[in-house]
Design a binder for this molecule. Structure first.
Ligand SMILES: CNc1nc2c(CCNC[C@]34C[C@H]5C[C@H](C[C@H](C5)C3)C4)c3nc(N)[nH]c(=O)c3cc2[nH]1
Ligand SMILES: [Zn+2]
Length: 374
């Protein structure tokens, strides 16, 4: 039986956004959904209980890092990632390719796979479609990603065309190498950069193969927002309506809303956890850098419009003090609030889709958050 099932509930009459549910062997989650990112089998500083409290039902984990440390064999011996990290919700693992390109200084892409050096000890390593499948099979994630190449931005047409064709051949090999298709879903990743014909070719190749869902890759790699939105405008319509669509590496509140409007169901981004660790918070009135001196005697919550545990019990002055003193608890508070903020934002997006008014919601939110300021 299919491990991943997409249930379409409705499409917003005002925009192309769709309300849905994704059913997995470890529970379901409402879409559009933001997925918190756990790099080393933990969403940094958050406990599984806190992630549940925040409302996260699916998290991302990291093939590349877990392969290098502690090794997928140890995670497999622990019974898989769910028991290793004591998380009983859904887990999505990326294939590791993106990490190789963004972390290791030496790498060589060949037809058979990618040769590179470990960013930990410089050891020569090799990642192939078959290896990426074996690692994710051992980790036991509910949603696995095919091994793809995410080309840099910008990339010239000739290179992009060759890369798309190789990514499609790798996708075929991933399907072949997938050991447990009835227990773990496998998503294909559409590439093609900003070239409409290459996006069409990539989507046609991948949708002719039987994937549980489709990701749009190659974006959020430095391109302007309007380029991302244009690529989404002509790419999402190429994807089947009865399967989830995942926009990889996105993103900021405005990109989440604009992606949902263009029919995206799933998002992931390190932003909320990464900026939290330098004391920056996302609030309904825009970004707030809590270590700023003006908050030294500010005994109000991070976000007056937020009802999270942190905003109900702690003040800007206290969190500023902790962050300035480099106290771990301070980063736990900013991380908890930022994740809650994005999970809540997606709840408001789903509510707006229900009421066919996501366009109006976008206007109000952008105005209040300050996205429209020139
Ligand atoms: C930021 N922009 C962006 N990201 C991207 C990612 C990684 C998604 N996040 C997973 C990830 C990546 C890192 C950091 C955490 C944990 C783990 C390792 C998995 C999230 C991508 N991943 C793949 N396989 N392909 C892409 O084209 C791609 C494009 C992206 N553009
Ligand atoms: Zn809050």
């Amino acid at each position: 039986m299919k491990p991943i099932v997409y249930e379409h509930i409705k499409t917003c009459k005002q925009t192309g956004a769709r309300l849905g549910k994704v059913h997995t062997p470890h529970g379901s989650f409402d879409t559009p959904a933001f997925m918190p990112v756990g790099t080393l089998a933990t969403v940094k500083t958050m406990s599984p209980e806190e992630l549940k409290e925040i409302g996260a039902n699916i998290i991302l984990s990291n093939t590349y890092h877990l392969w290098l440390r502690p090794g997928e064999d140890i995670v497999k011996e622990a019974g898989g990632l769910h028991s290793f990290m004591n998380w009983d919700g859904a887990i999505l693992t990326d294939s590791g390719g993106f990490q190789v390109f963004s972390l290791s200084d030496f790498r060589e892409i060949k037809e058979e796979g990618v040769h590179f050096r470990s960013h930990l000890n410089g050891e020569k390593l090799f990642l192939s479609p078959e290896k990426a499948m074996q690692i994710q099979n051992d980790l036991g994630s509910d949603i696995m990603m095919a091994l793809d190449e995410c080309p840099p931005y910008p990339a010239e047409y000739g290179y992009m065309k060759k890369s798309v064709e190789r990514t499609s051949r790798w996708a075929e090999r991933c399907i072949e190498a997938h050991q447990r298709p009835n227990e773990q879903g496998l998503f294909g990743i559409v590439q093609g950069g900003e070239y409409e014909d290459l996006r069409k070719q990539s989507a046609a190749d991948l949708t002719s193969m039987d994937f549980a869902g489709y990701a749009i890759g190659g974006l959020s790699v430095g391109e302007p927002k309007d380029v991302m939105n244009r690529v989404l405008d002509f790419t999402t319509p190429l994807l089947p309506t009865d399967k989830p669509r995942y926009l990889m590496g996105v993103g900021s509140p405005d990109s989440l809303i604009d992606g949902a409007i263009r029919g995206i169901d799933m998002f992931d981004c390190v932003l909320p956890t990464r900026i939290a660790r330098n004391g920056t918070c996302m609030t309904s009135l825009g970004r707030l850098v809590v270590r700023n001196a003006k908050f030294a005697r500010d005994f109000s919550p991070i976000d007056p419009n937020c009802d999270c545990h942190v905003c109900k019990n702690y003040t800007r002055a206290y969190i500023r003090h902790l962050v300035k003193a480099n106290e771990t608890f301070g980063f736990r508070l900013t991380t908890y609030h930022n994740l809650y903020f994005l999970v809540k934002l997606m709840e408001q997006v789903r509510e707006a889709i229900k009421q066919d008014r996501l366009g109006d919601f976008r206007e109000k939110f952008f105005e209040q958050y300050g996205f429209n300021k020139p």
